[in-house]
Design a protein around this ligand. Structure first.
Ligand SMILES: Cc1cc2nc3c(=O)[nH]c(=O)nc-3n(C[C@H](O)[C@H](O)[C@H](O)COP(=O)(O)OP(=O)(O)OC[C@H]3O[C@@H](n4cnc5c(N)ncnc54)[C@H](O)[C@@H]3O)c2cc1C
Length: 477
């Protein structure tokens, strides 16, 4: 990993733009601005850039902290186009099959090509064949409408519907509805809560444009953008936490960090949790009261428990198909859990030394953040639960572990400062999606918001789009 951070003496007292947070949205936004000649400073509290898109090393194993794969990296899709515009080269591996889903009663392997997936579903659910064609036609129309600048009829039609309601308008077969809902973990709310538009944006993006893995790990994605930002003349301060934001009427003046001193700018972009921006860093009395009320009432998305295992090269992991493993056939049941299990070394063997292997597991966390008072006990409980589940596929797994690490919602909070370790910013529910999601503009004329709490929503592809949009808003101002 490179050392990108400037020394304190190299930091100027005034910039054109200051970006708070080096998540992917902040990095993309800063790089577009720097490319156009703006003097930009990015301030990041962690020692490495990327937010949730980072990796860490243990005993020669490279573990991806959170992000497992990235949608929309093809030449013509959002991430692909963005990287081309910025002249950033990253080697990606396209995942094929795209995914797999498992329920106690059945499994489906999801092909990398959407037409193949539609054919597979029609073969499996012949009585719903016609409806499957109609559903995917409608789903792709809805996806395209999200790129339109007009208030499209499709968006009006689905703005107030949950994904479950959308599916029920098309299908009666329960297994088919389960199949089409099984990947809800990628957006963080179950089908009866998640917005139909939000689920459509995530799912069509993966099914149509593919899922990609950056060779060498997800840190390489963040590092490549950071390097380009620096090449375009950008400044970045790592291990530097923004502590306060100062204002003069409805204009932001500057920020202070834990390194001391105030740094001024004409324009500011916050890529960090808006609850932190408006309720902690700014003086609440300076913020418009109805906007403040909205921020205070925003619901966080789910958070996760994560288990990272480095294994020797003697254990056979062929039975572990990358994908979602649901513990119940009823996705809305209160005791329904899922595990997202992957073997990243099957995709990229360079992540582990000497043909050793990695298993990474994301577990949906049913415990409420505020109810957990002992995080060590919670971590031990979740670790045992996850290892017990893995033993269904690899009975002697415990004999092959070389290195273990784990993350709880508290860990996710510590590394990114997303409230309650929210994996996807604000929950992607009907009342917080599309026109109901937080806008990029704020009551402060020169403060913009980018990242997964704002439009279009969570996931790397969406936050790339968010950062790019905000850069254009600033450049066209
Ligand atoms: C376990 C998990 C798995 C996921 N898997 C995937 C996946 O496979 N594919 C996918 O597309 N998406 C995935 N996501 C979602 C995706 O990672 C996020 O939606 C996305 O990375 C959010 O990017 P962001 O730019 O909005 O901000 P964040 O990644 O939240 O970054 C915000 C940055 O701001 C910094 N910061 C916060 N406060 C301050 C402060 N006061 N001063 C300075 N800096 C500060 C933080 O340290 C952080 O670097 C996953 C998320 C999780 C948690």
């Amino acid at each position: 990993m490179s050392n990108f951070s400037l020394n304190k003496s190299e930091i100027k007292s005034k910039y054109d733009v200051i970006v708070l947070g080096a998540g992917i949205a902040g990095l993309i936004c800063g790089t577009f601005l720097a490319k156009q000649g703006k003097k930009v400073l990015i301030i990041e509290q962690h020692s490495i850039p990327g937010g949730y898109c980072t990796s860490f090393k243990r005993k020669g194993f490279i573990f991806d902290a959170a992000v497992h794969h990235i949608g929309g990296c093809g030449k013509w899709s959002v991430v692909g186009r963005c990287l081309k515009e910025l002249d950033i080269n990253i080697n990606f591996l396209r995942l094929d099959p795209m995914d797999s889903i498992h329920f106690p009663s059945f499994s489906v392997e999801i092909p990398a090509d959407i037409d193949d997936y539609v054919d597979l579903l029609k073969e499996r659910f012949p009585s719903e064949s016609k409806k499957i064609s109609l559903f995917f036609k409608e789903f792709i129309r809805l996806y395209r409408a999200t790129f339109s600048t007009d208030e499209h009829e499709m968006l009006i039609k689905y703005q107030d519907l949950t994904y479950k309601e959308m599916l029920e308008n098309f299908f009666t077969d329960e297994q088919l509805k389960m199949t089409l809902s099984a990947q809800w973990g990628y957006i963080g709310s179950p089908p009866h809560e998640v917005s139909a538009i939000g689920m459509c944006q995530m799912l069509v993006n993966y099914l149509k444009d593919g899922a990609y893995f950056p060779v060498g790990g997800t840190q390489n994605f963040a590092d490549a953008i950071t390097q380009k930002f620096i090449d375009y003349g950008g400044h970045i301060m790592l291990s530097s936490s923004v502590e306060t934001i100062s204002t003069d009427s409805n204009i932001i003046k500057g920020v202070t960090t834990n390194k001391g001193g105030e740094i001024m700018a004409d324009t500011f972009v916050s890529n960090i949790d808006p609850k932190q921006t408006f309720l902690r860093l700014l003086d609440k009395n300076t913020v418009d009261s109805s906007f403040l009320h909205r921020i205070e009432n925003m619901k966080e998305s789910v958070s996760f428990f994560l288990l990272y295992l480095g294994l020797d090269n003697r254990v056979d992991l062929k039975k572990l198909k990358r994908g979602f493993y649901h513990t119940s056939n009823n996705l809305s049941a209160s005791d329904s859990d899922w595990f997202y299990i992957s073997v990243p070394t099957e995709v990229d063997s360079s992540l582990a030394p000497d043909n050793k292997q990695i298993i990474s597991v994301v577990v949906s966390s049913r415990d409420s953040y505020d109810d957990i008072d002992n995080w060590d006990t919670y971590k031990d409980k979740m670790k045992k639960y996850t290892l017990n589940y893995l033993e269904n596929f690899v009975p002697d797994i415990q004999n092959h572990i070389v290195v273990t690490d784990a993350a709880t919602p508290k860990t996710l909070y510590r590394y990114t400062h997303n409230s309650k370790g929210a994996a996807y910013g604000g929950a992607v529910t009907v009342d917080q999606t599309w026109s109901n999601r937080l806008p990029h503009t704020t009551p402060f004329k020169n403060l913009f918001l980018a990242g997964h709490w704002t439009n279009p929503g969570p996931g790397i592809c969406a936050v790339v789009s968010s950062g790019w949009r905000v850069a254009n808003m600033i450049l066209n101002n």
